[in-house]
Each structure stands twice: as C-alpha cells, then as structure tokens.
Design a protein around this ligand. Structure first.
Ligand code: ATP
Length: 450
C-alpha cells in the first residue's frame, strides 16, 4: 500500500469506526482540530493512562500536576515564547496560501524556496519574503478587551510545571533528582496544520520535567532518551518504525543544550520523508528556572539538605504528544490482508491499549443464544472488561467489524455453549479459535492484556 494512501485510509477508518471525526463537521469542518469519538477517546485515554502509570504511579521520584491553561502573561515573556515562538512564514503570490518554510520545502521536495512549487496551486517560486509569525493564541481575561487583559492559551504544558517547581518539591518533600509530570491541552496557531491529527492547533501533551543537579544532566539525558524510546516500544510500536533524531547544534532551540526527537515512520508527506516527531527529549539546562527567577523576582533555588548547597536545577524534559502517539498506534496497527478472496482490514492494536477488549456474538438469534450472550457481555462489563455485544448480520461480518475496530478477542456463543457452557474465543490477528469455559473469559483476556 502506498504510504499516502495509508493516511487517507486511516481517516476513513477512523470516521467509520468512531475513532476520530472532523471537528464541527456539519459546518464543513475546520481541518486543524479533530474530535475523538467513542473508540478514539478510549484509545487516547489508554495511551495517557499507560504514560501516567509508568511516569507517576510506578515511581517514587515523579509527582503529578494539573496546572491551568491560562497563566500570568509574564510567564510567556520569561519563557521566551513571546519573543521566540515564531515560525518563518511565506505566502504564495498566486493563490495567497501561507506555509511554514520548513514544511513547504519538505513537502515540495525543493532544496530552496526559489525553486519550491506551491503545494496548493502548483506555481513555482512565487513566494513572499519569509515573515515571523507568533504561534500563541491570544485572548482576554475579564470583561475588558484591552492590552492589559491579554492572556495566552498555553502552547506547552511545561511552563505550568516550572512555576510550580518549589510548590511541588516542598509539599511532596522530594529531593533532587525528581520530576513533575503533567498531561494537558496545548494550543498553537500552526501555519500549516494537516496530516490528520499529526499537526493540529489544539492538542494534548504528556510532559515530564526532571530536575537534576548541574553536572549530572548529561547522564540523566542519556537515561531518559533510552527510557522514552523503550516506552514507545512497550506500546507495540514496531522497532523498525522508531528512531532517534538528534537536533544539530545550529538548530537547537534557544533554551536547549541537547535535543533528540523520537520519530515514528508515518510515511506520506509527514516530516522528514515520512518520519515525524512523536516526542522530544531536551536538556533545557537552568534556563527556565533562571528566567522565572529573574522575571518573578522569587528565588527558585534548591537547597540540598545534605550539603546545604544552593543551586538552580537543570531540567531534562520529555515531551510527548498524546495525539501523535495515538495516530502512530493507528498507523502501526493498520493492515489489509486477503482472506478467502476478500480484503480483511485489521487494526492490530496492542490488547492493553485497544478500546474494546472483547466482542460477544450469539451465533444465531435463537435457542436462547442471544440471551446467554447478552448475559456474558454484561458479566464481562461488570468485571471491568470493555465488551461489545453484536447480534446483527452474519458472524463473519461481525468478526470483520471488530477486526477493524481493533478488538483483540471475539467470543461466540453457539449450540455447544447451551449444552456445556463453553464458548469459542477468536484471536483478532491470527483468527485462530479456541474453546474455553465461559467463566474463564475474563481471566483469559486479562492474562493477554497484562
Ligand atoms: P514540530 O517540529 O512537529 O512542530 P515541535 O518540535 O514544535 O514539533 P515540541 O514543542 O517538542 O514539538 O512538542 C512536544 C510534542 O508535542 C511533539 O513531539 C508532538 O508530539 C506534540 N506536538 C507539538 N506540536 C503539535 C501539533 N501542532 N499537533 C499535535 N501534536 C503536536
């Protein structure tokens, strides 16, 4: 399958099965924001929960936080976002569409702007001079819409963590090294949103800022790099579609000493020949705490209780996009195969992340099978196993619907169930079926999810 087809197929599957819808679709949609439907919200929640579990619940050295989206406007002066959070933008003189220069060059395949072809109208080299454009959304706090009331929708969740550094450190009685983790919405007025949920103007980040003693930062950076790519693998993303990309020194952000991106191979027009960033790992030095100390006038130093040494910790940041990781899982899991002359679409999601774990099907709607199947379905739900009951259409079609939805197990209630209480359980990926006692379904599924 050509890679550009994959994204189109994913958009269509996502809509058909209730994963992702265009925002405000009945008004024609917006193209830059998307809504997660019944299955999509479950998948994304499972991703976020897996992240929270591995970052916060399984560790003693990382605390959680939920900071607000709207912050004091000085935060964005201190962070550098007001001055630096800009992208060079060009406009096509022919069709007046605007593009981010780096994305335009990547998409048009040109090395320089002069020879770049407009991806919207096809005209070559008719570009305005690149102009800086601030990516933050502006709004007003309170009833008066003047300059003193301007606030911004946060373009990253990280700043909420920095300004709470001492609050968390002292109340949780943490000692450096320790981290603060947060999941939340971020907003960027991206010039060229697109590629489905890859680049949107409203998205969710899963960020962890790890505070370390200066001098230990390089070691921690290496540890976090390995640990984060390991986490991506643990979600079932294929190793050959994951890579680390190092930012060359001349491309580093103003705050960074070192930066790597974890990239996933989406294919098509995403990123660098199909490789797109899903998480950034940055050594931000003491830039952030230093700037907030300077701009707020409040001391943000840490005092080592053992040595009484005072210092501003360095920060190792791990910043992943919940939407991009979710999209990577959809792209990674999508398969088409021909089975008995028909194309079968399968979403091979890791069972632990799949929105629904089990489909429950009566073979036919007679001899009490439907009632028995419904009672099995209800019992699974009560035991905390997300289950879906389906009695409509041929059994093969019902399997196919759940294959597309990514449901890893299909339970069928047939004549034998009515005689001896056993059911068949079918594996989504291999289509192999085994027969087990109905009371064992939850345990069988639970073992495979763990
Ligand atoms: P890009 O170079 O693709 O614009 P970035 O380097 O600006 O990304 P970061 O600021 O490092 O991204 O943000 C951390 C993570 O947030 C990214 O790895 C990505 O997963 C997610 N992210 C950033 N911008 C967007 C967006 N516009 N839409 C969806 N997710 C995003």
């Amino acid at each position: 399958m050509a890679e550009h087809d994959l994204m189109e197929k994913l958009v269509s599957l996502a809509k058909r099965r209730g994963y992702v819808f265009q925002s405000s679709e009945i008004y024609g949609g917006t193209g830059s924001v998307w809504d997660y439907g019944p299955l999509g919200v479950e998948l994304k929640r499972n991703v976020k929960e897996a992240w929270w579990r591995s970052m916060v619940h399984e560790r003693d050295d990382i605390e959680g936080l939920d900071a607000s989206i709207l912050m004091h406007p000085r935060v964005w002066e201190a962070s550098g976002h007001l001055a630096e959070f800009t992208d060079p933008l060009v406009e096509c003189r022919n069709c007046h569409r605007r593009f981010r220069v780096d994305i335009l060059l990547a998409e048009s395949g040109a090395a320089e702007l002069e020879v770049a072809r407009c991806v919207a109208c096809g005209v070559t080299g008719e570009w305005t001079e690149p102009r800086q454009f601030n990516l933050m959304f502006k709004t007003f706090m309170g009833p008066v819409e003047d300059e003193s009331a301007v606030v911004y929708l946060r373009p990253e969740t990280a700043q909420g963590i920095y300004v709470n550094f001492l609050n968390v450190q002292t109340t949780a009685r943490q000692r450096v090294p320790f981290g603060i983790a947060q999941i939340g919405k971020a907003f960027r007025n991206e010039i060229t949103p697109g590629n489905f949920t890859f680049r949107t103007r409203e998205f969710e980040q899963m960020e962890m800022q790890y505070f370390v003693e200066p001098g230990t930062d390089d070691d921690w950076f290496e540890q976090w790099k390995e640990s984060r790519i390991g986490w991506m693998r643990s979600l079932g993303l294929s190793d050959d579609r994951l890579r680390l990309h190092q930012h060359p020194p001349d491309k580093l952000a103003h705050y960074a000493k070192a930066a790597f991106d974890i990239e996933f191979f989406f294919g098509g027009t995403i990123g660098d020949e199909g490789w797109g960033e899903i998480e950034g790992i940055h050594n931000r030095t003491d830039f952030d705490l230093g700037r907030h100390q300077e701009y707020s006038g409040k001391r943000l130093e840490y005092i080592d209780p053992a040595t009484q040494k005072r210092y501003l910790p360095y920060i190792i940041e791990t910043s992943a996009g919940a939407d991009r990781v979710t999209l990577a899982l959809l792209a990674n899991g999508y398969r088409e195969e021909v089975v008995e002359g028909e194309t079968r679409v399968v979403l091979a999601l890791d069972p632990s992340l799949a929105p629904l774990k089990v489909g429950v099907f009566p073979l036919v709607k007679k001899d009490g099978m439907a009632e028995r199947a419904m009672s099995i379905h209800e019992s699974l739900r009560r035991q905390g196993v997300p289950s879906f009951y389906d009695e409509s259409g041929a059994i093969g079609r019902r399997y196919r619907r759940q294959d597309e939805a990514g449901t890893p197990f299909g339970v069928t209630i047939d004549g034998e169930t009515m005689e001896n209480g056993t059911v068949t359980i079918r594996d989504r990926d291999t289509m192999a079926q085994v027969r087990i006692a109905e009371e064992q379904i939850a345990t069988y599924v639970g073992e495979r999810i763990a």
